[in-house]
Design a protein. Sequence first.
Length: 464
Amino acid sequence: MTPPEPNLLKSLDYAVLQQCMHCGMCLPTCPTYDATRRERHSPRGRVALMRDIADGTLPMSRAFGEEMYFCLGCLACQTACPAGVDYVELFETARTEVERQKMLDAPRRRFYRWLALRQLFMRPRLLHAAGRLLWLYQASGLERLARAIGLTRLLPRHLRDLEPKSPRIRPPFSMARITEIERPQADPRRRVGMLTGCMQDLMLSDVNRATVDVLLANGCEVHTPRWQPCCGSLHAHNGDLEAARELARRNIDAFDLNAMDAIVTNAGGCGSHLRRYGRLLADDPAYAERARAWDAKVRDVHEWLVEIDFRPPTAAPWETLSAGASRSHGCRPCAESAACEAVRVTYDDSCHLCHGQKVVSQPRQVLGAIPGVELVPLPEADWCCGSAGIYGITQPEQSAALLTRKLDHLATTGAAVLATANPGCQLQLAQGVAGRQDLAAIKLVHPVQLLAAAYAQERIANKT
Ligand code: SF4
Ligand code: SF4
């Protein structure tokens, strides 16, 4: 009889598990501990549970699996921890072990995991086709009709709850907006690869277009391979490391890495995972070295702009942004903005941009360099908005409570524009502000959209 495979938590470097010194510095930063005040819902408590399971003093259980899925994976604890506990490594390994031992297995869950993780997010063409179908349903009026005549009430309970949360699909997708190689007007000073993302591509390809425009305006030649695979963050965060590794290999293969100065991403959640390919593929002899080289080249777009000393624009973005917004951005132009000297803009950190990648000052530097922007702080900007991948689906109550907390803070800023740099956060916040009368006029943008609009306005001003 073959012995059972060792628990994956045991395969971790034990020093990593032992790093936690129980100081509790992470407790005040943890949204789930803050909500319940229970030790098991804290980073320290979760690390202790993982260590007990690795030691074999605690059996793997359904309760542990539920605990790991109650964690947002926001990584605020990682920023706070003075001992340098690599929480993301522990968290991903623990969820993978939960899945491997089928602790939360159920037919419906198995089906949705197969559909999302092994089909849609492994096959870009299939994801695009599904996106187009959903868009047709949304744009043709069928969705409104189904709701008006109560057809959605016939859906099973879990689908009925999910239906209003379905993402708004906005073609054209990146492939139709961005050509494979785009060159700046003058000789390029740098060459970069551009990642278009999955949900970013389906919901916010205008952010991808704005990113390319900003890179071109700063002397970068931009390479955007067609049919890019998902970065695999969804898989890694949901206990499917095998699929995450396969996607990492495909992404590395998609780019001529040696020819690029940087691989640029504009999505905080993707970026945090993309720069960990080296660790993910450390045991793969064919990819380990390339994966390490990949990690060294991945840059969040704000980080890259600051690194190359981006050119501050000379015009305010508001007219261009408002005109564009009414056509394709799907957010409402602010009636006052064109006439305003400066518009109040506030910035919400994506957890994985600030805690996962430590990119905190750069988005604020980008926003602060744009004429006509009065950057006002958002209280608790680095506190999770409740989006956290699929947390809104798996933990709807906790997700909604975090969203309300975020929106209450937003209301104190008096901002007309909210900037954030991750599609999940943007989707969550868009649903939140749309549901609140006091916030419904707020525009949601990615910081690079403001910068791209300012460059566009500058070009218009220079022509006249
Ligand atoms: S990842 Fe976030 S929710 Fe999970 S333990 Fe750390 S701070 Fe708490
Ligand atoms: S801050 Fe770090 S070392 Fe301290 S209790 Fe939290 S995880 Fe452990």
